[in-house]
Design a protein around this ligand. Structure first.
Ligand code: SAH
Length: 224
């Protein structure tokens, strides 16, 4: 739950709570357990809720129609605009009772191999919380560290890039690598190459440093 940014946990009649084993297993998420509300019935847990989804591997005779996780989560988030919403999970041994499922307005069955359909509780919770996060962020949740490229400097501006190209052309001409009388496709090809690289300011400075060093080494005056 916590990894997906969800923190409100209701525990209905837990066998033992708080419990040292639960704390150990929660590792960095003990705060979720400490804030959990312990209640005596599902009715109590759903008090004030406008929309609840029963999570069950099995279709029940009289329960709400069973939907797919993604479509039901989309609806859950719409309903969340109206008030509190809930995902209701059963325990490992008996799952949800028919009465529990009938207290919910929708049901979800995680599509598994029909021959082996029961996930353990933690996996089922993780999967649905992930779907909630994906839907809440329109399929592109922010990733930790994303957008931070080590060593990156600001992107080079057009004038910095043009200054580099002039410098490069000067050195290529002075060294005889490039003949302005017969330019061929060299310059556009180099532009395409460096355009693909999306040069940064530091990188332009490095490349111009190399060009300047070449100029002083070969005795060709610095221009551009
Ligand atoms: N022995 C129980 C299984 C419980 S698994 C039973 O037969 O019902 C623990 C909980 O994880 C379930 O109550 C349900 O809420 C959830 N769960 C497990 N597999 C699921 C699946 N395929 N689809 C939806 N929920 C699932």
């Amino acid at each position: 739950m916590k990894t997906m940014g969800i923190g409100e946990l209701y525990l209905v009649e837990p066998k033992r709570f708080p419990d040292p084993e639960a704390d150990v297993r929660a590792t960095g998420a003990v705060d979720v357990l400490q804030r959990a509300s312990v209640v005596g019935s599902l009715d109590e847990a759903l008090n004030g809720c406008v929309f609840a989804v029963a999570m069950s591997a099995r279709q029940r005779d009289l329960g709400p129609a069973v939907g797919q996780p993604r479509e039901t989560v989309a609806r859950l988030l719409v309903e969340a605009g109206e008030g509190q919403v809930a995902l209701v999970f059963g325990n490992e041994t008996v799952g949800l009772s028919n009465e529990d499922v009938l207290r919910c307005q929708a049901a979800v069955s995680i599509p598994t191999d029909p021959a082996f359909s029961s996930l353990n509780l933690g996996s089922a919770v993780q999967l649905l919380c992930y779907e909630c996060r994906m839907t809440a962020f329109a399929g592109r949740p922010p990733v930790a560290g994303q957008g931070v490229t080590p060593f990156a400097s600001p992107a080079a501006t057009a004038d910095e890039t043009e200054g580099f190209f002039r410098h490069l052309e000067t050195v290529m001409t002075a060294t005889g690598f490039f003949n302005p009388e017969q330019p061929g496709r060299l310059l556009p090809k180099l532009r395409r190459l460096f355009g693909r690289a999306r040069l940064e300011r530091d990188e332009i400075n490095i490349l111009r440093g190399i060009l300047s060093a070449t100029q002083s080494q070969t005795g060709h005056g610095r221009k551009g």
